[in-house]
Design a protein around this ligand. Structure first.
Ligand SMILES: *Cc1c(COP(=O)(O)O)cnc(C)c1O
Length: 331
């Protein structure tokens, strides 16, 4: 208990440095008080609007911090990454801002609108591999061959510190009893938990994943990084493995995160529709899992809650279909 740094992992100081480093690329996002959620669950709920970041997801924070840490004389060779979409978008965006090349590997599972979005940002997109782990192996080989820097989507101290800046921002404004964070590979929740537990260990940090393929949840139960079959889910940005040779996020989640909660596809859909209906905020499935967990009564305790709305990259057709389906069901 009380452990706030895993060996080789980032420290609170690294997060403070990241906040300065990325301030011209990532924006400081508002905390939005949700009257609707307050009424429904009886707790004060604040939404951390990472949907407002450039590229519409928090990932630009970690990507910026990692890429800016590459020594000046190596940066021009460019960066390589593997991504289900949002990380690739963030890397492409940051690379373009800095004027360096970006190569983004993706698995065949990734939706067409996410592929197109990365291409539009000027990156060289390569669809190779049947899942995230396989695409990752291809990216690694390409980076080594061309002496480019591989930007890991979550298991990297600079990336984790970049995501942790969300924790610094929100704790400058509020001291919630609970912070609820979408959980995929674990970079986001690790960074935020590092900051929260360093500043006040009583703050509960809850990770939320989808029932369909929750790699970190399965791995924590098994006591080691474990292969989980990647299946289609509304929360596709939380899909994929945590890498069997995970260096940081497995241990940080084990040591710093209080609980991992799972939500169903129906619960994710209900949260997305509520956020659109009540707040006029478009949130993708992976970004809505925290609200889904609250609405499904999976979050224990009392007091103020901050929920990270991590991303907005859902295509309009999917969102429209969910609204129509839920309304037909309710009628
Ligand atoms: C990547 C992503 C997550 C999960 O972040 P991890 O660091 O992989 O746990 C959550 N929400 C969105 C929108 C994402 O793109």
């Amino acid at each position: 208990m009380g452990r706030t740094s895993t060996s080789g992992g980032p420290s609170l100081g690294d997060v403070v440095r990241a906040q300065k480093a990325i301030r011209d690329i990532a924006v400081r996002t508002p905390l939005y008080a949700s009257d609707e959620l307050h009424e429904r669950i009886g707790r004060d709920v604040y939404l951390k609007l990472e949907v407002l970041q450039p590229t519409h997801a928090f990932k630009v924070r970690g990507a910026a911090n990692r890429i800016l840490a590459i020594p000046e004389d190596e940066r021009h060779r460019g960066v390589v990454t593997v991504s289900t979409g949002n990380h690739g978008r963030a890397v492409a965006y940051v690379a373009r801002r800095l004027g360096i090349p970006a190569v983004v590997y993706m698995s065949t599972l990734v939706g067409e609108h996410k592929v197109a979005a990365v291409r539009e940002l000027g990156a060289d997109v390569r669809i190779d591999g049947s899942d995230q782990d396989e695409a990752g192996a291809r990216a690694l080989a390409f980076a080594a061959e061309h002496r480019m820097t591989l930007v890991n989507p979550f298991d990297d101290p600079y990336v984790i510190a970049g995501q942790g800046t969300i924790g610094l921002e929100l704790l400058e404004e509020r001291t919630p009893a609970t912070i609820i964070v979408p959980l995929g590979g674990g970079g986001l929740v690790s960074g935020i938990a590092l900051v929260a537990k360093s500043i006040d260990p009583r703050i509960r940090v809850i990770g939320v994943s989808m029932e369909r393929g929750p790699a970190m949840y399965v791995s924590q139960r098994a006591g080691a990084p474990t292969d989980v079959k990647e299946v289609a889910t509304l929360a596709d940005s939380l899909g994929g493995g945590i890498f069997l040779d995970n260096q940081h996020t497995f241990a940080m989640v084990r040591d710093l995160v209080d609980e991992i909660v799972l939500v169903s596809e129906e619960e994710i859909a209900a949260a997305m529709v509520l956020l659109l209906r009540s707040h006029h905020i478009a949130v993708e499935g992976g970004g809505a899992v925290g609200v889904a967990a609250l609405l499904a009564d999976r979050i224990e305790g009392s007091g103020e809650v901050v929920v990270v709305l991590s991303g907005a990259n859902v295509d309009a057709a999917t969102l429209a279909r969910l609204v129509l389906t839920l309304e037909a069901g309710a009628a």
